[in-house]
Design a protein around this ligand. Structure first.
Ligand SMILES: [Zn+2]
Length: 345
């Protein structure tokens, strides 16, 4: 190994389970992280520093002041500029380790683009905030026959499980069959309703990063395969062995309904008081849209990645891929009507 690289990673190479051979493998490896919030930023930071060769980061959202308490790659200026998280994360990670190829993609992973965004990566990592996308990742990982690591965090606790198709149980084995209760799986509450501690995200992201490194250096068998949960407030740690369900929709019957798009709505709740509209029929010309809207709506801002404006009491954020997040309502018909009025039917 190049002496500079050896020096950079020397403390990790000294750890016997990794060693020089493991580091060499890590440097040639790659992974895709879906979602770059509290878990995704902590995970991307650890893996970039560890020397994973290539990281793709896919995120649909932009940085806001309320993210800074726990999303460790972002700074106040990112929130002021409303930078997309994928763009801000890519910049920061490149500064942390210029030897890693980092690719930030502003997109919402769905059945329509999952193949394009995820195929070719030997590991898929969960940094998402919703079960719709997690079931999609589970379907995709089994379909591509690559491992993926599920992770979720809310309030003071989080959960994670490494799924190796053909070897371990999958997310559907664990959750759809009722092997784990909702509170064991992290499926019941969200960060927007009961909050989340940065410390809890840090613990779960750290376990996820360690699991990722095991898989990427070919030591996936060192992974427990258990559904692990940790509560940083009570100090309670649980490790639940989940058996493969021989009747599992996903890993046994290969019913990939999330990947095939049968379960994807066009409108989804996105945060406490927001609705996201997914429109992928066309790319939007944001500067042109900005000029068209300027005379009729308030506070139009455009930063090259997204366009934001206010139609009191609502705020609309529109992305170049046609998506929009409408803040100030939980009513999907209100969101739909604002979208067609200002962006187009
Ligand atoms: Zn399964």
């Amino acid at each position: 190994m190049d002496p500079n690289l050896y020096e950079r990673y020397s403390r990790q190479i000294l750890f016997g389970e990794i060693g020089e051979a493991g580091q060499e493998r890590l440097l040639k490896s790659s992974a895709v992280i879906v979602g770059c919030g509290a878990l995704g930023t902590a995970l991307a930071n650890l893996l970039t520093r560890a020397g994973v060769g290539k990281l793709r980061i896919v995120d649909r959202d932009f940085v806001e002041p309320s993210n800074l308490q726990r999303q460790t790659l972002f700074e106040e200026s990112d929130a002021r500029e409303s930078l997309p998280k994928a763009v801000a994360a890519e910049r920061r990670l490149r500064a942390i380790n210029s030897g890693v190829t980092v690719e930030g993609i502003v997109a919402d992973v769905s059945s329509k683009n999952a193949e394009d965004l995820l195929a070719g990566f030997p590991l898929i990592l969960d940094g998402t905030d919703n079960f719709e996308t997690r079931y999609l990742l589970n379907d995709a990982a089994i379909h591509f026959n690559v491992p993926w690591i599920y992770a979720a965090v809310v309030a003071s606790y989080g959960v994670t499980m490494t799924v190796r198709p053909g070897v371990t149980a999958c997310l559907a084995c664990a959750l759809e069959s009722g092997a784990a209760t909702e509170s064991q799986s992290g499926a019941e509450d969200t960060c927007d309703t009961i909050g989340v501690l940065g410390a809890a995200a840090g613990v779960i992201a750290s376990i996820e990063a360690a699991e990722a490194i095991k898989v990427l250096i070919g030591k996936g068998e060192s992974s427990s395969g258990c559904l692990m949960s940790f509560d940083v407030w009570s100090g309670r740690f649980q490790s639940l062995r989940v058996g493969k369900n021989p009747e599992c929709r996903a890993c046994a019957k290969h019913d990939f309904r999330y990947l095939e798009g049968d379960a994807q709505p066009h409108l989804t709740m996105c945060g406490r008081d927001s609705v996201q509209i997914h429109e992928r029929r066309r790319q939007l010309d944001l500067p042109a849209l900005s000029r068209r809207l300027a005379p009729t709506v308030a506070e139009v801002r455009e930063n090259g990645y997204l366009l934001r404006f206010r139609v009191p009491p609502y705020e609309m954020t529109v992305f170049a891929d046609g998506r929009a997040i409408i803040k100030g309502t939980r009513d999907t018909s209100v969101a739909r009507s604002l979208y067609s009025r200002y962006i187009g039917a």
